[in-house]
Design a protein around this ligand. Structure first.
Ligand code: HGY
Ligand code: MN
Ligand code: MN
Length: 415
């Protein structure tokens, strides 16, 4: 059976599943708060597991809690083609970031079942644990362990704001599997994801053919000063850690802008101690998020941050500690997988363009151990990591149609 342009998924069924999943771990403004390894994440996992069982898939679970739902191929020795993404969300996350990739993979399976299409290679739908890295840094944690970037014991030791370790949370939520992480061999992996940026919508494109992923550095900075009274401490006597953070915040912006237009930088996380209205902060802990498609630029940004932060803290008599808590180099996706995505978009008649992923994804790590690429669809106003994140059923359908065709080209239909 040849791959015909009329071979399409059921967009209405996909949309229903997205809306059903969105009811779990509701946010405060219509989005989702289903942070990794919380009870809400466990509920979302259970719903995904139920749907996979209804689709006749065999569920595997590894020691990082990653879920692998397998549809058998005709050749038991052929390595599977993997699809999927993540079901965990930001605390003020949207309904589609990650979820579209997992449920789009499930919709692909449902479509193959409806049409009784067999493939030589098995197909596996994955829900990677802790992609977001919000509760437990770093991001893309389970896929990072799978790709050998982090040890499992280090990942288990990572703590959330309440001092709970990732290993304890995994045990408590009851999703720690037995499978050794990284044992699975992949023929290829395709990840469908919303763009989380404005390019596709601005250019009227349905599909992003993702050729590269920009690199990322998460640099955690601790500035220490002296807690003292905000009223009675004379200004010259103060060692204000909060002021140090403010000066470094401006420095981060200046460094990123000096590498415009492709570099970006921001501070999204900060903890102020003791965080009392009338105590000068004695300690602040915050994370700088630098990104660029160019490794030399990333290295330059880190070097200038280290030098500039030291100058600021020395001048203000503040202590300074710097720790890298996450990151990966810019990546180039597999040319064969990228071509399969581009062929699919062309065959299906979807407007498409090559794209560099601005956000990090599990595919960025898996690209190190298997031929990998990504498919992106637009999102409204390029907004993501915001409860107002929105896509259209047409965009979701187009992305999943392309996923279906790219996977079938790779997994080989058997007549
Ligand atoms: O940080 C990222 O790029 C991803 O959303 N975890
Ligand atoms: Mn994501
Ligand atoms: Mn995200």
């Amino acid at each position: 059976m040849a791959l015909e342009s009329n071979l399409r998924i059921d967009g209405a069924r996909l949309w229903d599943s997205l809306m059903e999943m969105a009811k779990i771990g509701p946010g405060i403004r219509g989005g989702n708060n289903r942070q990794t390894l919380t009870a809400e994440d466990g509920e979302g996992r259970a719903l995904f597991q139920k749907w996979c069982e209804e689709a006749g898939l065999e569920m595997g679970l590894d020691q990082m809690g990653t879920m692998f739902a397998k549809r058998a191929g005709t050749d038991p020795d052929a390595l599977p083609v993997y699809v999927g993404s993540h079901l965990d969300t930001q605390p003020t996350g949207g309904k589609y970031d990650g979820i579209l990739g997992v449920l789009g993979g499930l919709e692909l399976i449902r479509t193959l079942n409806d049409l009784d299409i067999k493939t030589r290679h098995p197909i596996v739908v994955v829900n990677w644990t802790n992609e977001e890295g919000t509760r437990f840094a770093p991001a893309m944690m389970a896929s990072g362990v799978f790709a050998g970037k982090f040890t499992q014991s280090w990942a288990y030791s990572r703590e959330d704001a309440d001092g709970v370790t990732m290993g304890e949370a995994l045990e408590n939520v009851g999703w720690r599997g037995k499978e050794t992480v990284g044992d699975r061999q992949m023929h290829a992996m395709f990840e469908l994801h919303i763009e989380q940026g404005p390019i596709l919508e601005d250019e009227g494109k349905d599909i992003g053919v993702v050729t590269h992923g920009q690199g990322l550095k998460w640099i955690q900075i601790t500035v220490t000063g002296t807690e003292s009274h905000t009223g009675s401490t004379p200004m010259p006597m103060r060692k204000n850690a909060g002021l140090g953070m403010a000066r470094i915040t401006i420095l981060v912006d200046d460094i990123a802008l000096s590498h415009a237009p492709n570099a970006v930088g921001a501070i999204g996380h900060c903890d102020v101690y003791p965080n009392s209205r009338n105590i000068i902060p004695g300690r602040v802990v915050f994370t700088v998020d630098f990104r660029s498609p160019d490794l030399a630029v990333l290295e330059d940004m880190e070097a200038r941050l280290r030098a500039g932060a030291k100058e600021i803290c020395d001048k203000d008599g503040l202590g300074l500690e710097i720790e890298i808590v996450g990151g990966f180099d810019p990546i180039t996706f597999d040319a064969g997988c990228v071509a399969a995505v581009r062929n699919a978009a062309e065959r299906l008649g979807y407007a498409h363009r090559d794209l560099v992923s601005g956000a990090g994804h599990d595919a960025c790590w898996i690209n190190a151990v298997a031929p990998t690429s990504m498919i992106m669809c637009p999102c409204v106003d390029g907004l993501s990591h915001n409860e107002d994140e929105e896509i259209s059923v047409e965009w979701a359908t187009a992305g999943t149609d392309v996923l279906l065709h790219a996977v079938l080209e790779t997994a080989e239909i058997v007549d």
